[in-house]
Design a protein. Structure first.
Length: 89
């Protein structure tokens, strides 16, 4: 069995930032179908969920001494928003 969790923070006023933690258990599977990421739970525990994805790569020239910084970005679009994961190299 494997486990994963993630936490989201969403400001909802000048002094409130609610946090939501979601946990996932099991050994479900994922697949890429065109521009869609499909998550399928194992052992028939629920329906498959899908989200549109976008992959980006950004390069920034930071000058002779600092070189080039590359940022790989994976964005999942769901409902009226998106969540993006960055990797800086």
């Amino acid at each position: 069995m494997s486990t994963a969790a993630f936490m989201q923070r969403a400001p909802s006023g000048a002094s409130q930032v609610p946090e939501t933690t979601s946990a996932y258990f099991g050994d479900g599977r994922f697949s890429l179908q065109g521009t869609m990421l499909v998550l399928t739970p194992d052992h028939g525990r629920g329906n498959a969920q899908s989200a549109a994805i976008r992959v980006e790569q950004e390069s920034k020239d930071l000058g002779v001494q600092l070189g080039v910084k590359r940022i790989d970005r994976l964005c999942l679009m769901e409902g009226s928003g998106e969540i993006c994961y960055n990797r800086i190299r």
